[in-house]
Design a protein around this ligand. Structure first.
Ligand code: NAD
Length: 257
């Protein structure tokens, strides 16, 4: 039987590919037969990952998703080199914590720039390319996965910038899906709970761990490898009738909310 999650022939941009969830998604894309187009600020990390994946399986672009010029140039180059881009995982993200009443404006803006505007810049640049392909009668796969968070569904304490950006990502998914799903492009959100990466070191520390864990019905956190699988599911033809949805991957964290 053909594996419906096979990604052979798919060229997939993964932002924030240097570590954590983005690295795991990139590795799984390649394991499933696809080519990973790695985007990150951390050149040393994405270059090392590309070396590990092999030149036939990966490209590297070093820069910030918060720079629209870099994003458009990166997409143009990825299309010129590979002929087409079939998938985008909008994964790059940052955290800059402060209580709402104390949050400096630049701390607010930094997170909005990367976690919301950065997602839009990548979605727009890749979406334009996918629309052009559709117009030319090319019906090859086109799937965008936007990474959000439970913080976007239920708010968060001490990260109003992050919560607002992640709610905004869900809005981007719904609007883009309404505009583009009739043109062969699927757009979905994944909302993670707590995944063991550098980003969650503080909430997994002794001070917060038990309180957070008590809200997870499955009684454990996840790791990047486990959560990379539903991302690749949404990229693949196994999800061919799914668009405009928000899938929580969180051990049941949002049940009852
Ligand atoms: P991480 O901090 O381990 O990795 C983030 C990566 O994004 C890094 O490699 C970093 O260099 C890159 N990056 C940051 N700013 C960038 C920019 N402007 N341009 C390009 N690359 C940039 O984080 P992670 O835990 O792997 O998180 C990945 C995504 O998942 C983020 O969007 C995060 O908000 C989301 N998320 C994570 C969790 C979790 O529990 N870890 C939960 C919910 C949502």
């Amino acid at each position: 039987m053909k594996n419906p999650m096979n990604l052979e022939g798919h060229n997939i941009i993964v932002t924030g590919a240097g570590q954590g969830i983005g690295e795991a998604v990139s590795r799984l894309v390649v394991d499933l037969g696809g080519r990973a187009i790695l985007v990150d600020l951390q050149g040393d990390k994405v270059n090392a990952l590309a070396d590990d994946l092999g030149a036939d399986n990966a490209d590297v672009y070093v820069g910030s998703v918060a720079e629209p010029g870099f994003v458009q140039d990166m997409v143009n180059k990825a299309v010129a080199k590979n002929g087409a881009v079939h998938g985008l995982v909008n994964n790059a993200g940052i955290v800059r914590a402060a209580m709402a009443h104390k949050m400096p404006i630049d701390t607010w803006q930094q997170v909005i720039d990367v976690n919301l505007s950065g997602v839009f810049y990548c979605l727009q640049a890749v979406g334009r390319h996918m629309l052009d392909r559709n117009k030319e009668g090319d019906n090859s796969p086109a799937s965008i996965v936007n990474i959000s968070s439970d913080a976007g569904r239920r708010g968060t304490i001490g990260q109003i910038n992050y919560g607002a950006a992640k709610s905004g990502v869900m809005g981007l998914t719904m609007s883009a899906a309404r505009e583009w799903s009739g043109k062969g492009i699927r757009i979905n959100t994944i909302c993670f709970g707590v995944v063991e990466t550098e980003m969650t070191e503080t909430i997994r520390s002794d001070k917060f761990r038990d309180g957070v864990m008590a809200q997870v019905p499955m009684g454990r956190f996840s790791d990047p490898e486990e959560v990379s699988q539903p991302v690749c599911f949404l990229l693949s033809q196994a999800a061919s009738y799914i668009t405009g949805q928000h899938l929580s991957v969180n051990g049941g964290y949002t049940i009852g909310v």
